[in-house]
Design a protein around this ligand. Structure first.
Ligand code: 5AD
Length: 452
């Protein structure tokens, strides 16, 4: 059977989509190739959030096609995901050797389309149509096979799309309208994963805090999303629940309170700030003020004192003045994020912000990026250092990719811990004593080996 290689760009949702496609292909008899240079089929799952991500995937595809043309002309090349969705047929016009373009509502058709291409029934396939019910089609996992047999942590897609329409963001156009799976459907998938050995589940969606808004009624003051977390929480054998990506306005009292009440819900909350300036927040169409944002974080820390708070920030949004930027800096100093991802504003076609006046020159974006990055990293480092000498629970994921002699795991507040262990620690929940910190990494010593 043909072998397939899938390379993924971008977010965890994309990682999950790729896994579902891989699982689907494996179930149809395809094998997973070790390298892109030996595969019969190469699929790039793409990201459109910033221009750089699109350029990377385009360059990669050009190089792959160029290299294969002489030696292996029958290789099938395809784009999937967000850039496939937003550019569609244009990609085939630009790269005539491209065979397949699969949009964000069509991942489940990958096997069928590849079969047709490989059998020579069709020459090229571009499918970026909408499909009703596609939100429930990302459900297959790689539960068997060498790589997957040790999976302790799994991603589960609970919804697709976003209706927030932040003015800088392309996601509503690439992922479509919000569509949610039912609670029962998600729970069944989680139960199966836990039965297969999974101990940690991350609930995924482009705006998970809007889960089920249209279809599931608020019950006892609890939103659909909190009802879903509670239902997943009931699963015996599941140890940890996470979710991404949320919107700050989704941290209502019910979710804030859940962090203090539900022991499996990990002490880690991501709240994408984007800007600390009320003026820019409004232009961005974020739906909260600086004050409201700070209040949510105070409430979260009250509800769950151990919570780690992370964020995303964009510098150089159109019209950003030095005073606006200073508001972002001061908010970061006040809130003290455990980690912050700083993005340089990237103009996205057809988004409202792309047409706004006062686009910021690149040098100024670079300058603000460096200043903010330096400030937030300094704060984050002090919060990492605070772990030194403390004992903390980690879930061991396996050997570290960079140095396989070391094992890697995660704390409940989502920090990576490296320690000298061996493969029998894989999949275990265990305590480690943190001895030192590195760049966004903790180094631990297995304090008590509480192996089952
Ligand atoms: N330019 C720069 N960063 C962006 N993000 C989303 N759209 C853009 C854009 N046009 C960032 C936001 C979001 C993260 C996933 O990517 O900070 O939270």
């Amino acid at each position: 059977m043909p072998s397939v290689y899938i390379k993924t760009y971008g977010c965890q949702m994309n990682e999950r989509d790729s896994e579902a496609v891989a699982a689907q292909l494996v179930s149809k008899g395809y094998t997973l190739a070790k390298s892109e240079t030996t595969a019969d089929v190469v699929l790039l799952n793409t990201c459109s959030v910033r221009d750089m991500a699109e350029q990377k995937a385009l360059n990669k595809m050009e190089n792959l096609i160029g290299a294969a043309r002489k030696k292996r002309p029958n290789v099938i090349f395809g784009f999937m995901g967000c850039m496939a969705q937003s550019r569609g047929k244009q990609l085939v016009d630009q790269l005539p050797d491209l065979d397949l373009v699969i949009g964000t509502q069509k991942f489940h058709r990958a096997a069928e389309y590849l079969d047709e291409l490989l059998a020579g029934k069709r020459d090229k396939i571009v499918d970026v149509e909408e499909e009703k019910g596609s939100e429930a089609t990302i459900r297959e996992h790689l539960l068997s096979g060498a790589k997957a047999s040790k999976a302790v942590s799994a991603f589960v897609s609970i919804m697709q799309g976003c209706n927030q329409y932040c003015t800088f963001c392309i996601v509503p156009y690439t992922r479509g309208e919000e569509r949610s799976r039912t609670i029962e459907d998600v729970v069944v998938e989680c139960q199966q994963l836990v039965a297969g050995g999974v101990k940690e589940i991350t609930l995924l969606g482009q705006i998970v805090t809007s889960y089920g808004k249209r279809d599931i009624k608020v019950k006892d003051g609890k939103s659909a999303f909190v009802q879903l977390i509670e239902a997943v929480h009931e699963i015996n054998g599941l140890e940890r629940i996470r979710f991404t990506s949320p919107h700050p306005k989704g941290y209502g009292d019910d979710l804030v309170e859940a962090f203090g009440r539900l022991p499996k819900l990990c002490e880690s909350a991501h709240l994408p700030l984007q800007s600390g300036s009320d003026r820019l927040l409004k232009l961005m169409h974020r739906g909260y003020t600086r004050e409201r944002f700070i209040t949510i974080i105070k409430q979260l820390r009250q509800s769950q004192p151990k919570i780690a708070v992370t964020t995303d920030i964009i510098v150089g949004f159109p019209g950003e003045t030095e005073a606006d930027f200073e508001e972002t800096m001061s908010l970061c100093r006040e809130v003290q994020f455990d980690n912050a991802y700083i993005f340089k504003y990237s103009q996205r076609k057809d988004t409202p912000a792309a047409e706004m006046p006062d686009q910021i020159p690149q040098e100024l974006i670079e300058d603000r990026h460096l200043r903010l990055l330096t400030a937030v990293n300094e704060i984050a480092a002090t919060r990492y250092d605070a772990f030194i000498g403390k004992t903390t629970e980690i879930l061991v994921e396996g050997p570290s990719k960079k140095n396989p002699a070391r094992m890697t795991g995660r704390t409940r507040c989502n920090r990576i811990v490296l320690f000298d262990g061996n493969s029998r620690h894989s999949g275990q929940l265990m305590d480690v004593k943190i001895e030192r910190t590195g760049s966004f990494t903790l180094y631990g010593d297995p304090a008590i080996l509480n192996l089952d």
